[in-house]
Design a protein around this ligand. Structure first.
Ligand code: RIB
Ligand code: CA
Length: 320
């Protein structure tokens, strides 16, 4: 990877539900010279959308990037009742960590409108990194079908091909708004899907936190405090590390080579199953003649060691 100049940076819009791993993902994006974060849009998910917007504003303030627009999105899934994740992310979504108040408020536009306007202003240039339920993405696609020609790629954290987390069959981001996910996977926009089988290969441990706790960076120290809460949740479930779901999606925007192997698969979203509601069903059977055209690149083997080294080091560099 060479140091990217401004002209070669990949422009990204990050749609998120901060959320501790979302927060870590945002910090990674802001610390990475390969990326230019054009906007943050917030969706109801881990926490109600108003809390998510406040968290996003505070995260950008701490990272020294208050000029990046933050737009408020959907207050609830398209059809389903909102299921939030305070049990994992804490009451305020950031593990109870209190960040400095933001110096400005959110953008006046709805998230879906900001997504559309930026894609229209820079056709083919802005990759969407979606790390929460896909409600905002689906709303934007429903409002402006031409986005299929304007958005070059959606890199999303979501889905589970070998066991879920919110149910035995489903991963939270997809399950929370399966109808939205179905719209997104049918959009025709190239998708890179970081499902649980990939993201669970990357775990943050207490040994890793020591680096951030010793850093002079206020971002690294805040990340350590949030991650401490996150790790306690995982440790209470008998796990030694906390899976870096959302940071890995940003990692794939930085360098696709973090995936050492990927599959092109047709992914369908279950919206009616008694036991499989919200599942991502992929036809992985070899040589299925006549199978439906693939709609997603699905990383299978992650270079976890190289990703973790970059992730840990970069957060110590903020604010830049
Ligand atoms: O299943 C993991 C996903 O759900 C992550 O995006 C996490 O932040 C939660 O939103
Ligand atoms: Ca998330």
């Amino acid at each position: 990877m060479t140091a990217a100049g401004p002209a070669t940076r990949k422009r990204v819009l990050i749609d998120c539900d901060p959320g501790i791993d979302d927060a870590l993902a945002l910090f990674l994006a802001l610390a990475s010279p390969e990326l230019s974060v054009e906007a943050i849009t917030v969706v109801a998910g881990n926490v109600p959308v108003a809390q998510g917007v406040d968290n996003a504003l505070r995260l950008l303030e701490l990272a020294g990037r208050p000029e990046i627009p933050v737009a408020r999105g959907a207050v609830s899934p398209l059809l389903r009742k909102l299921i939030t994740g305070e049990a994992i992310h804490g009451e305020n979504g950031l593990g109870g960590v209190r960040l400095p108040a933001p110096s400005r408020g959110p953008d006046a536009r709805h998230a879906a409108d900001l997504m559309i306007e930026l894609a229209q202003a820079r056709p083919g240039e802005i990759t969407w990194v979606a790390i929460g339920p896909l409600t905002n993405v689906a709303l934007a696609l429903a409002k402006a079908p031409e986005l299929g020609e304007l958005v070059p790629e959606i890199i999303l954290m979501g889905g589970a091909l070998s066991g879920g987390n919110i149910t035995p069959a489903a991963e939270y981001n997809i399950y929370a708004d399966a109808e939205a996910a179905r719209i997104v996977f049918a959009s025709g926009i190239p998708i890179t899907m970081l499902e649980l089988g990939a993201t669970s290969q990357v775990a943050l441990t207490r040994e890793h936190l020591a680096l951030w706790q010793a850093a002079s960076s206020p971002v690294a120290r805040a990340a350590a405090a949030m991650a401490d809460h996150y790790l306690r949740v995982y440790e209470a479930r008998g796990l030694r590390g906390g899976h870096l779901h959302d940071p890995l999606a940003v990692g794939m925007a930085i360098d696709k080579n973090f995936a050492r192997a990927s599959r092109r698969l047709r992914v369908e979203i279950e919206t009616r199953g008694e036991f499989t509601d919200g599942a991502t069903v992929a036809d992985c059977r070899p040589g299925q003649a006549g199978r439906r055209a693939p709609n997603a690149d699905v990383p299978a083997i992650i270079d976890s060691e190289r990703f973790l080294a970059l992730f840990l080091e970069r957060l110590t560099l903020l604010p830049r």
